[in-house]
Design a protein around this ligand. Sequence first.
Ligand SMILES: *[C@@H]1O[C@H](CO)[C@@H](O)[C@H](O)[C@H]1NC(C)=O
Ligand SMILES: *[C@@H]1O[C@H](CO)[C@@H](O)[C@H](O)[C@H]1NC(C)=O
Length: 353
Amino acid sequence: MERNTWLILAIFTCLFVSSEGRELKIKHTHHTPVYNHTLTTILVHYASAVYMSDLTELFTWTCARCDGVTEGFQMIELVVDIQNCLQAFVGVAEDLNSIVIAFRGTQENSIQNWIEDLFWKQLDLDYPGMPDAMVHRGFYYAYHNTTIRSAILNAVKRAQEYYGDINIIATGHSMGGAMAAFCGLDLIVNCQAQNVQVVTFGQPRIGNAVFATYYSKLLPNTIRVTNGHDIVPHLPPYYYYFPQKTYHHFPTEVWLHNIGLGSLIYTVEKVCDSSGEDPTCSRSVSGNSIADHIEYFGVRLSGDAWRSCRIVMDHALVDYRRTDGEGNFVLSRDPATPVIKLNTQSGAGGNHV
Ligand SMILES: *[C@@H]1O[C@H](CO)[C@@H](O)[C@H](O)[C@H]1NC(C)=O
Ligand SMILES: *[C@@H]1O[C@H](CO)[C@@H](O)[C@H](O)[C@H]1NC(C)=O
């Protein structure tokens, strides 16, 4: 009898202790998205294709990076903001039953300069409607205060009218990942969209811890892929001794890193914790690699060359083009029109530039 009492007491103590532990954990866990390797390795090809500068090939989805797992993609809108050197597209991947929105990363002359600048980015903008949430103005405005946002929202609306309420996936690499995150949030907060998912590659930090908390509650279905020693996810810096004032990533990070020795090297895809700043993931190594930044899953994530916003476009696309007074434009297609027909017969003489 006595022994049983002790046993019961011991069990109770264990339950108490372990439930206390569990409670602490639950406080920090929202719904964790399931990491889907297949989907992620398809999306990286969209994040790569949006870097292409031949807009004819990109719009007709015939570019060098527009085949394989992304074959059959239905382009709806290609947005080119000449003023701010930004590029993005919206289309439908029927095999994913999803609208895919992809944002290009920076196309400055020097990726080194762009990365050095990242060290000094301030948390200098209050995110509207979220008390105490702060973000970096430059990333926020790249999406919100350029021609990008209205073109994207318009294309999503047209896609939904034609395809119904299918999933929406926003993706992008580097600064394009930051824009994808702001876009996903915008769709949830301002457009009451459902089934929004965000997958970014080598994305910098974009806001503080309060912002990250709001973000992960509103958009839990987010995967932030980091690669090896890629420097960009380490920036702007995280100061662990100053957690309320520093930049802070949102979850869920998936860290790709190689383990093994010699010829026995293989890549591990580590799904990290729900804090956004898992110290055992990318933060466990120093961010000192640009090479790791521009290749994810063996897919190149940069333009053909680092130079300012060069674009190439065929006159044949003129029927699809709408330009604003500043030279920014969109190439836009009615989703109901199955094939993009290049107007190669029009005009006298050659049409190609
Ligand atoms: C992962 O994504 C692929 C491509 O969308 C899909 O076919 C597959 O069913 C998904 N797997 C899971 C477990 O959801
Ligand atoms: C937004 O962009 C416009 C034009 O590019 C600019 O004039 C305006 O100052 C920007 N808004 C803010 C708040 O910076």
